[in-house]
Design a protein around this ligand. Structure first.
Ligand code: R5P
Length: 307
């Protein structure tokens, strides 16, 4: 956390820009009360990218690009690294990165020998390109609300379930209970259940690291109650669909599903076809992104940078 003098220095001396290519960055700029600068995304026929920053920027830049479906993490990452370098070359003094969905964070340790520690290596690249702080949303629920220093850069993990809780509070639910996996309900999902005054139950989940096959176990009587199933990621949709099936077999009235990051159209379609309602946040531009995390991201940036 910067001291008061640094906060005042940023406030008085620097112009601040949010740099990005879609409504997420524009709305974040509005929420922070700073300038917006667009990025033009050019792709050559061979697939090489050439992001161009529109206009003159100096002072402090917050790059806040997000992905849209279909996801293209490799292209997104290279565009981000080139944009950071580009801003440095333009004379921008300090650069923060908002990566609403932290690409490569799945591999947040070496699971099997010979695999990369991808999350760490990505952060190292971002830092060495010239970024100062890294903001992301609900990257692995077990580390919610913790600032960690993976890759030597300050990482702020904003809890996306706060925005989900605000959304759920506006729904008319019948004696709701929140369900999640063993790991996830230990942290942010239990906290979300508390904040909406709902019960919370956990199921155990096992994934075969070789085949990716998932097994869920859960035995509760939830007859006649509305069930909220929340997860950080919906990818293939299989985890959520297994939970929906267990909830329905256990007597649930309606099943409402929420994901912070909806990362594939196939997963979205599958879950939407089985749940009574499926909604995600806007960390990835997708048709179910009804919940905005922009306010939460802006609050964290203000607290850290003093903007
Ligand atoms: C795993 O740790 C995550 O929390 C999600 O449960 C997982 O990524 C969902 O994947 P899928 O939709 O492919 O089952």
């Amino acid at each position: 956390m910067p001291d008061l003098n640094l906060k005042l220095f940023i406030k008085i001396t620097f112009m601040v820009f949010v740099v990005g290519s879609d409504s997420f960055a524009k709305e974040l700029a509005g929420e922070l009360g700073v300038e917006f600068a667009g990025v033009e995304k050019r792709v050559f026929p061979d697939g090489e990218v050439c992001p161009r920053i529109i206009g003159n920027i100096d002072g402090h830049a917050i790059i806040a690009d997000r992905m849209k479906l279909p996801m293209s993490p490799n292209r997104y990452l290279v565009e981000l690294l080139l944009t950071i370098k580009n801003l440095r070359q333009m004379g921008v003094e300090t650069i923060d990165v908002v990566m609403p969905y932290f690409v490569y964070s799945r591999q947040d340790k070496i699971f099997r020998s010979g695999e990369p520690f991808s999350a760490r290596y990505v952060l190292e690249l971002i830092k060495s390109a010239g970024a100062r702080n890294f903001f992301t949303v609900s990257s692995h629920t077990q580390r919610d609300n913790h600032m960690f220093n993976l890759g030597g850069i300050d990482v702020y993990n904003i809890n996306g379930f706060d925005a989900v809780a605000r959304y759920i509070s506006g729904l008319d639910l019948k004696d709701p209970v929140v369900a999640g996996s063993d790991l996830s309900v230990k942290g942010s999902i239990r906290q979300m259940a508390r904040s909406i005054d709902a019960g919370c139950i956990a199921f155990s989940k096992e994934r075969d690291l070789r085949t990716g096959e998932i097994k869920l176990k859960w035995s509760f009587d939830i007859s006649g109650r509305d069930i909220i199933i929340a997860d950080d990621i919906v990818s293939s949709g299989h985890t959520m669909v297994s939970s929906i099936e267990i909830a329905k077999d256990s007597g649930a009235a309606k099943v409402y599903c929420f994901a912070i990051h909806a990362v594939s159209a196939e997963g979205i379609d599958l879950v939407s076809s089985k749940a009574d309602k499926f909604v995600s946040t806007d960390t990835i531009d997708n048709p179910t992104a009804e919940i905005s995390v922009i306010k939460d991201v802006a609050e964290k940036i203000k607290a850290v940078s003093g903007i």
